[in-house]
Design a protein around this ligand. Sequence first.
Ligand SMILES: NC(=O)c1ccc[n+]([C@@H]2O[C@H](COP(=O)([O-])OP(=O)(O)OC[C@H]3O[C@@H](n4cnc5c(N)ncnc54)[C@H](OP(=O)(O)O)[C@@H]3O)[C@@H](O)[C@H]2O)c1
Length: 237
Amino acid sequence: MTNAIIIGGGSGMGFALARNLLAEGMDVTIVGRSASRLAAARAELEPAERGEISTFEADLAREEDVAELFAQVERVDHVAVTAADASGVYGRTADVATAIARSVVDTKLLGAWLIGKHAAGKVTGSITFTSGINAYRPNGSNTIMAAANGALASLAYGLAIELAPMRVNVISPGWVDTPIWSQLGMDKQAAFAELAERLPVRRVGTPDDIAQAFLSLMRNGFITGTVVHVDGGHRIT
Ligand SMILES: NC(=O)c1ccc[n+]([C@@H]2O[C@H](COP(=O)([O-])OP(=O)(O)OC[C@H]3O[C@@H](n4cnc5c(N)ncnc54)[C@H](OP(=O)(O)O)[C@@H]3O)[C@@H](O)[C@H]2O)c1
C-alpha cells in the first residue's frame, strides 16, 4: 500500500491533494498545527475515500515536532509540503514585523530543511515542497515570503543531490483560491478579477490544479531537482 504525508494537508492545496490521493486508495497523513482544523478536514475527507486518513499535529517551524513526526514513520512513499502562514506578512518591508519575517523563514525554508534532515532514509519516492510566484514576479509586498520561496528552490536542488535516489522537487503556484487569502487582508475578488484578465489562461488557479501537479511529480520517477511552475502563465506576463 502506498502512503503519503502532507504537511499542510488540512486546507487549500494540501487538502485537495489529500482528497486525490485517498480517492486512489493511498493512505494519507495530514499534518498541521491545529487539532480542530485537522479533525474538521478529516471528517470532510473520510466518508467518500478509499485510502485511510490519519492526522498528526505538528508545527513545521519546531524541530522537535518534525523529529517526532518522522520518528513514528518507518517508511513513507511521498512527502508533500504545503504549509505556510501568511498572517501579517502582506505589506512593504518597512511595515512587516521582524518576528513575522522570522516565522516565515522558519516555516517555509528552515521547516523544509528540517524535513530533509529528519525524513532522510525514510522516504522511498519523493519530497515536494511548495514555493510561489512571488519568488519570480515580486510585487512590492510579501518580500520576505518571496525570498523564502526563492531559496526553497536552491534547498531542493541540494537535497536532490544529497538524498538521492529519493527525488526532491518544488511546485511554484501562481495565485490560487484557498483560505490563505483570508490572512492577507486584501480584496480577494478584485485582485483575482484583475489578475485573471492578465493571465494567458484567463483565470486564477484552483487547489486541484496544484494537486494534479503534485500527483505528476510523485508518479514520474525521472523528475528531480526541479521547480515546476503551475501559475497559469503568471511568470511570463
Ligand atoms: N494560495 C495562493 O495563491 C498561493 C500562491 C503562491 C504560493 N502559495 C503557497 O502554497 C502553499 C499552500 O498554500 P494554501 O494556499 O493551500 O494555504 P492554506 O489553505 O492556508 O494551507 C496552509 C496549511 O498549512 C498549515 N500550516 C501553516 N503553518 C504551518 C506550520 N508552521 N506547521 C504545520 N502546518 C502549518 C495550515 O494549517 P494550521 O494553521 O492548522 O497549521 C494550513 O492547513 C503555501 O506554501 C503558500 O505559500 C499559495
